[in-house]
Design a protein around this ligand. Structure first.
Ligand SMILES: Cc1ncc(COP(=O)(O)O)c(C=O)c1O
Length: 309
């Protein structure tokens, strides 16, 4: 991942050269972690599920009383304009809203700063998407949703994920799986989890303290579209070890199989057939090869094309 080709950053209504996009040292969000964000991908000039990502963005902002003075249409257009201005076809998009400078008293409600950063982040998970990841159960548990709302995508939440991924990497694993406060499966550090058992697709929901991923929702809809039964419920740790197939979903890793959990081989130790089918359909959709899912793609050129018509 590199910001080398990012020339422009949208900040508070202005398109700024990359080096001028800065945040003040007194920003409340810097001190206390009060920021929310989205991670979105653009494939071949089409933004994947922009509406769902921005619905979550506004919902996360509401959780932390971050007032956003832009309509969803205006922010969507700012996102498209940032992608166009940087001349990207394939990129990662990171809109962030945070408590800006004002007052550092903990009760303060500060003005909201907005930032849209885009960068070329080619999926560098191709090998793992084909061969699977080696994951570990993290000694860090996912914080319970009664402690910090887990359905809001808040910057501060990622302290938990960062501790987990660093600890997993230090022991040589690709990713950490976190249990919830009850000892059930929660999710990967930055991904949701799916198990496949006897042809049925299993995943959990917000009752297991997860972020409700957009890729998770896509995988559920794809699995049902392919004719698989999807069961949504709390998942036990032993079900992970005895699953026929396991995969993780997230905007960054897309759909990536798990081949081993703490040394225990899952299935035949390779990408399983149902995972492969769901993964292939996902890539067909994001690359515009499935007309029935075309509504998941938002062309960045839409406005220009509409006004030219
Ligand atoms: C904790 C957590 N869970 C799940 C996900 C997957 O969400 P999405 O599919 O919307 O990217 C993410 C993505 O950033 C995450 O950080």
């Amino acid at each position: 991942m590199s910001f080398e080709k990012t020339k422009w950053v949208w900040q508070d209504g202005k398109m700024l050269p990359f080096d001028e996009a800065k945040i003040h040292s007194t920003a409340f969000g810097l001190h206390y972690g009060t920021g929310i964000f989205e991670g979105i991908r653009c494939y071949n000039g089409n933004i994947f599920r922009l509406k769902e990502h921005m619905d979550r963005f506004y919902a996360s902002a509401e959780t932390y009383q971050l007032k956003i003075d832009y309509s969803p249409e205006a922010l969507n257009e700012a996102i498209c304009e940032t992608v166009r201005r940087n001349n990207f076809q394939n990129c990662y998009i990171r809109p962030t809203a945070y408590s800006d400078a004002g007052n550092l008293g903990i009760r303060s409600i500060c003005p909201t700063g907005l930032n849209i950063l885009t960068w070329e982040w080619a999926s560098d998970f191709a090998a793992k998407q084909a061969n699977g990841m080696r994951v570990t159960i993290s000694p860090y548990r996912k914080f319970h949703s009664s402690m910090i709302p887990t359905t809001a995508k808040a910057t501060g939440n990622y302290l938990n994920s960062i501790l987990a991924v660093r600890e997993a990497a230090a022991r040589g694993f690709d990713e950490a799986i976190l249990l919830d406060a009850n000892g059930n499966l929660a999710e990967g550090a930055v991904e949701n989890i799916f198990l496949i058992k006897n042809g049925k697709v299993l995943t959990n929901d917000e009752h297991s303290s997860i972020l409700m991923g957009i890729t998770r929702d896509s995988a559920i809809q794809i699995a049902r579209h392919l004719g698989y039964e999807v069961e949504i419920r709390a998942l036990k740790l032993h079900e992970l070890f005895s699953a026929d197939e396991v995969f993780l979903t997230g905007t960054a890793i897309e759909i990536t199989p798990v081949r081993e959990v703490d040394g225990k081989v899952i299935g035949n130790g390779a990408r399983g057939p149902i995972t492969e089918q769901i993964q292939k359909t996902f890539f067909d959709i994001v690359n515009g090869r499935k007309p029935e899912f075309q509504h998941w793609l938002h062309p960045v050129e839409q406005k220009a094309a509409a006004s030219a018509a």
